[in-house]
Design a protein around this ligand. Sequence first.
Ligand SMILES: Nc1ncnc2c1ncn2[C@@H]1O[C@H](COP(=O)(O)OP(=O)(O)O)[C@@H](O)[C@H]1O
Ligand SMILES: [Mg+2]
Length: 309
Amino acid sequence: MTIISLQHVTKDYGHGRGIFDVSFHVKKGTVYGFLGPNGAGKTTAIRHIMGFSKPQQGIVTVSGLNSWNNASTIQETLGYLPGEVALPEHLTGEQFIQMMMDLRKIKDDTHCKKLMDFFELDASGKVKRMSLGMKRKLAIVTAFMHDPDILVLDEPTSGLDPIMQQRFIDFIKDEKRRGKTILLSSHIFTEVDATCDEISIIKEGHIISSFNKQELLNMTEKVFHLTVENTKDYTQLIQMIESDITFQLISKNEQINELQISCYPSDLSKLIKRIADFPLLSFSEVPFSLEKHFMEFYDRRVGGELPWQ
Ligand SMILES: Nc1ncnc2c1ncn2[C@@H]1O[C@H](COP(=O)(O)OP(=O)(O)O)[C@@H](O)[C@H]1O
Ligand SMILES: [Mg+2]
């Protein structure tokens, strides 16, 4: 079931800025990553989802409701973490939390307390004296205090230290386990890689690639790291790899009888059968990196141009 849908959405700010014919769909219970460099159009697309901005062309819906026509309902029910948060500086964190609880008519503060513990938010001080990281945590807690079913997160980990970034990734995974639908924008490969099921890449307002991560994994060559006991076996192993077009030799280090090879998932059984005859000292898979994949993808397809340039 589709929860968030953008169909051919265009918002042209002039001079090539904005978003153009953007379409994507976020299914219930999935995490969707919207990846792109600064200025690519991520916030513009998200503002249309939240009903803050009216598309010039195309339709945006959330749970079947047109975002622009139902903006207040959408803004009340969704959990939205903006890229840049403006908080009332004169209040204490606790006063701000109470104000948001009243606005959202929340009586039970159990979920809010849980979030404060999870993100280690000390809300006792004045907002204006809080560090940037603490302000972000306060924004996170107030954005999700009503335990929304749909979370829309615009570059959620910016301004968080590495430990809190990891905590946030854990939070997204937990929310997914709880059945939530999540859209997250980011310019950081690793956090999208760690959390998202579906990914779209946006560049200069255009979606240039959309894919399902599992399908990509199934289609992508797997890389293995091997070491064998002695030089004789090592030489034979290299010969075996080089004589079979199913396998590719990626790198070798003769000094330690080590090599890296790759093959498609469909040839895995064949690879394992062939290498089983060799006295292996180690055999491990080199984890797939989305970042590496994309750098190679752009290197090959668009004459060395990287998506982030
Ligand atoms: N309200 C606006 N008026 C004019 N230009 C805008 C407006 N909002 C965004 N832009 C421009 O549209 C482009 C996309 O911006 P944005 O969606 O904020 O990118 P991102 O969130 O990916 O960094 C940028 O060039 C930005 O300057
Ligand atoms: Mg942005």
